[in-house]
Ligand binder design. Sequence first.
Ligand code: ADP
Ligand code: MG
Length: 578
Amino acid sequence: MPINVLPEEVAAKIAAGEVIERPASVVKELVENSVDAGAADIKIEIRQGGRRLIRVIDDGEGIPADEVQLAFERYATSKLQTVDDLSHIITLGFRGEALPSAAAVSQVTVITKAKGEEIGTLLRLEGGRVVRHEGRGAPQGTVVTVENLFYNTPARLKFLRSQATEGRHISELVTCYAMAYPALRFSLLREGRTVFQSKGSDKLYDVLMDVYGLEIAQQMLETQADSSTKSAITVHGYVGDPALHRSDSRHVTILVNGRWVRDRLLSYAIKEAYHTLLPKGRHPIVVLKVELSPDQVDINVHPAKREIRFRNSGEVFAVVQRAVRQTLVQKGSLPRSSSRFGWEGAFETRRGHLVGAGRGVIPSPGELGLGVQRPEEGPSMVGLPRKGKLPMLRVLGQLGCAYIIAEGPTGMYLIDQHAAHERVLYERFEAERDKAGVSSQSLLEPLVLEPGPRQAAVMEERLENLRELGFEIEPFGGDTYLVRAVPAILQGTDLTQTILDIMDETGSKDTAPSWEEEFIISLACHGAIRSGQVLPPQQMQELVRHLEETSLPRTCPHGRPTMLHVSAEQLEREFGRR
Ligand code: ADP
Ligand code: MG
């Protein structure tokens, strides 16, 4: 083929692809424009996960009548003039690409009226071409409606996920911007129903409550730090108590100069700060705002502006890591009995000696250094083979309301009652699912659930799966649901809280095949005996019996050990008998 310059329409569609990946990208660009326009109130409406319609209504400064059409030209922007301006951008937009990109792949209608103008403007474009342009009465501000996204790019359309998933991306985006701008009022309507609203009180904590609910907000610890150097980095936000961990990192929100970004460096700084405080593979809930001089960050890295570069990344890393760590150490209620996996009563050891039980640091089995078995590394183990059944164990007693002390032919076993019960429930549930189906328990009175926006999105998406897993749940108008039956293993738990927690814990998984797995693990966790619970001898013996019958008795479904083993030999050595 000879070289051709692409027709403008093709070029525009290709370019649009970089900025507009999915409905949430449109929402992002429109919301950013509203923020840049100085809006106090930003309303977002979506239909069918944003595919059918996205509308963003703001009360910002509006676009002057003679500039409306220009705003849809590529590289047309009111926010930047020279290359030098790039180093001190304080607006969210600057590339002048969003409106033309969205317009190239959808049908866009703008109604806007600028401050001081008599009459507003209506402009409609289809596939980037203007089809209507006229005067229109309107209040000050801008309404942008994007309909039938990707209607003319079928290839993109095919890559879209379910409406619920696309809708969840949008909810996530709106909640993140609400956290970035607590002084602005955000509302999100899905199919005409309000699913999220922030008050615009200018307090981040209030937005946290709107996003995560009171109970979680109460377990968030405020963090604040400044760098003493001249680059003047400030960090402010909330870090979740380590007890609040989640299965993926989506609940770590990083906002740099008001921009929601994905940044590996800062994510890593946060992860480091939580080091050893969270179970392996789990992630915290964090909202962190980092502010620094605009000339210290390069935001022009990616068309969607989600990635940034710091001029002095080492310093930013250090400030963030220190701030988070310090907050956790000073305010975090480290191991405590109400924590979900309750490590209360863990052992502290020094140089291989047991120094006593009590509220201690969370030890890894390796740190105990007592010939204790780490499940992943069987062979080094004294006495106990990695695979195969447990020997018959005799229960001797309970330690710290969290551990069962038992004796077997090869020494002493300390069993984590919660982890052990999780393993038992998990395998029982899997077995039921494989054959007859999950045994479910009808409730005497149906339970009315009022999930938050993120939870509701999961609920909506997973109603069918939930049915297969022993739940009977039906929509009950608005964003409420009626629960008529639950899996039998949830008997005796606080059902409302449990179900909502499970929605949170499993919600962020995009991949369908692992959702059920994640869900069952979560279910087992909630159904299991807590640590901190006093157990009568008979119940402990029963639990140990059941654990002996499981196929993988040595780890809980999250992969943590259910037991530590101290061999008879090891005991003799420790007591100097050998
Ligand atoms: P950018 O935001 O990078 O400048 P856009 O394509 O998103 O580029 O928008 C082009 C221009 O249109 C903006 O620079 C701004 O002047 C104007 N504009 C877009 N949306 C709004 C809005 N909601 N309120 C006021 N002006 C707007
Ligand atoms: Mg913009």
